[in-house]
Design a binder for this molecule. Structure first.
Ligand SMILES: [Zn+2]
Ligand SMILES: [Zn+2]
Length: 234
């Protein structure tokens, strides 16, 4: 558990995938659940800052990829809060719709890992949310639909702390801000339109699904990324 801001924590047991907690007093909202097998680690990390399972108000899944939703079923079984996912990813999260057909060899490998190595277990239920949804008891948290990486990819804007949690809509691996990884992204054009949308949101800090967070000036960096791409399209 690493404190990023007064109310924002990074859950470190995700290792290569970031999970976050927003904590107001005793109440907490969790963003993403990591790969399968992390539910107990998440609860252990939270108990270190005296957040109990009954203090969790909501779990928000940025998108239904198994590195972010992998422990959602196990976590749901241990808490009272609901899982929140964008309606565009609900069917895949619940295991009722298949993953979109892989186009790249790399993506085929990830589907293989998901199915045979991680053994993703879908949660029994989740609440479908859409643009503008406000988390109960957390009026400063707003859901923003940022599709492209997956149809239901969402970001969470914390207007109180000026932080954007963007899932895989943006990456900051090795401190290099980029768009989502092409190999795992359903619609790159739509993903870049979502990055345009993100660049207009009011935030200073960016908490991505992979790589280090950007504590300051993150919105400007996103605009810079877009400008760079306009001059040198890929
Ligand atoms: Zn992803
Ligand atoms: Zn990811």
């Amino acid at each position: 558990m690493k404190k990023l801001k007064d109310t924002v924590y990074l859950l470190e047991s995700g290792r290569f995938v970031n999970m976050y907690a927003i904590v107001h007093g005793k109440s907490a909202v969790i963003i993403d659940t990591g790969t399968p097998g992390k539910a107990n680690n998440i609860l252990d990390e939270l108990s270190a800052i005296r957040v109990k399972p009954c203090d969790i108000e909501a779990v928000i899944i940025t998108h239904a990829h198994p590195d972010h939703a992998g422990s959602s079923a196990a976590l749901l079984a241990r808490i009272y809060a609901k899982l929140h996912v964008h309606k565009g990813d609900l069917g895949v999260l619940l295991g009722k719709e298949p993953y979109p057909k892989p186009r790249y060899a790399f993506e085929k490998l990830s589907v293989f890992v998901t199915t045979h190595v991680w053994k993703y277990t879908p949660p029994a239920e989740a609440l479908a949310v859409d643009e503008g949804f406000i988390v109960p008891k957390f009026p400063g948290l707003k859901i923003v639909h940022t599709p492209g990486h997956t149809p239901g990819s969402l970001s969470v804007l914390d207007t109180e702390s000026g932080t954007l949690f963007c899932g895989d809509a943006l990456n900051n691996r090795a401190d290099k801000l980029t768009g989502p990884l092409k190999y795992f992204t359903g619609d790159m054009d739509q993903a870049w339109r979502s990055i345009e949308k993100i660049s207009e949101l009011p935030f200073n800090a960016l908490c991505p699904g992979h790589g280090n967070w950007i504590p300051d000036g993150a919105q400007k960096k996103v605009k810079g990324l877009l400008n760079g791409r306009r001059q040198k399209p890929d």
